[in-house]
Ligand binder design. Structure first.
Ligand SMILES: [Zn+2]
Ligand SMILES: [Zn+2]
Ligand SMILES: [Zn+2]
Length: 274
């Protein structure tokens, strides 16, 4: 099983538009891994996670022809994860999908409500499938379990994806998980080979608000996962979804700080094969 990070920034991108903060200035100057686009990932070059406003740029940069991708799971309605406007182009006369072509988009009722704003013609080739937390479903060879996220939208989800041999927990965007999510993972004896955790606020110890994480919260979350046997010392824990407002949030500055605590730091284009 392979995960590729196509975009690894929080909503504003990194550097952020209009911003002249120290983190953004450093990113502009250094380029490379310090440049981050909005969050998206792909499993085995086939199963897309999220459909943000940078999807088009990710496809061009990563040699992905969207026409070859048939399934996308969406975490939540924030535009850095779900950009409805681009789906408007998915209809006859504007694009030319093959007659037998179907693109399945899975998401909570929040995404379903937004889909109502799309022109009718889109739905000839686009299937929206409403999913519910704690109700696993099959897509291609994967069993996907939506779990409740702790984030600022009505029904945000995080996803456990298993191919029967390896399992990934893609936890964006979320704070340290809700008790219902801990309980479900424990009761179902889930185990993850890779966990991708929200690190929106970089090297902070803690935050004055809830809905995202920082390094201190990542440590608490990882420690509880270890305690509950959801992961072990072989699990790769990746920190991802960085905002320029975080402390030491540039890849170059953050990677050594995270590595010292046993975490991998994501960057656009990073691939991990399990
Ligand atoms: Zn986000
Ligand atoms: Zn900035
Ligand atoms: Zn969000």
């Amino acid at each position: 099983m392979k995960i590729k990070y196509l975009g690894t920034a929080a909503a504003e991108g990194f550097p952020a538009m209009f911003c002249d903060c120290e983190n953004c200035r450093k990113a502009f100057k250094r380029k490379g891994r310090d440049i981050r686009s909005r969050s998206q990932a792909i499993i085995d070059d086939s199963l897309l996670i999220d459909f943000p406003c940078d999807t088009y740029y990710h496809c061009l940069n990563n040699n992905i022809n969207l026409h070859d991708i048939h399934n996308c799971i969406v975490t939540h309605e924030h535009f850095d994860h779900f950009y409805l406007i681009d789906l408007r182009y998915f209809r006859a006369g504007i694009s030319h999908p093959a007659p037998d072509y179907k693109f399945n988009l899975y998401g909570s009722s929040d995404i379903g409500k937004k889909m109502k704003d799309l022109p009718e013609g889109v739905f000839k080739h686009l299937n929206f499938i409403e999913i519910k937390p704690f109700e696993p479903f099959k897509v291609e060879k994967y069993t996907i379990t939506p779990l409740k996220a702790y984030h600022g939208t009505e029904n945000p989800l995080i996803y456990a994806v298993s191919d029967g041999e390896k399992s990934i927990l893609y936890a964006h965007d979320t704070d340290i998980f809700r008790e219902e999510t801990w309980e479900y993972m424990k009761q179902n004896k889930m185990y993850f080979d890779l966990v991708s955790l929200d690190c929106t606020e970089g090297a902070h110890e803690d935050l004055a608000y809830h809905g995202h994480m920082c390094l201190g919260r990542n440590v608490s979350c990882r420690d509880r996962m270890l305690k509950e046997n959801l992961i072990d010392e072989n699990t790769i824990v990746v920190l991802n979804h960085f905002s320029h407002n975080g402390i030491s949030a540039n890849y170059t500055d953050f990677q050594p700080i995270a590595a010292e605590k046993g975490f991998e730091t994501s960057y656009d284009g990073m691939e991990i094969v399990l």
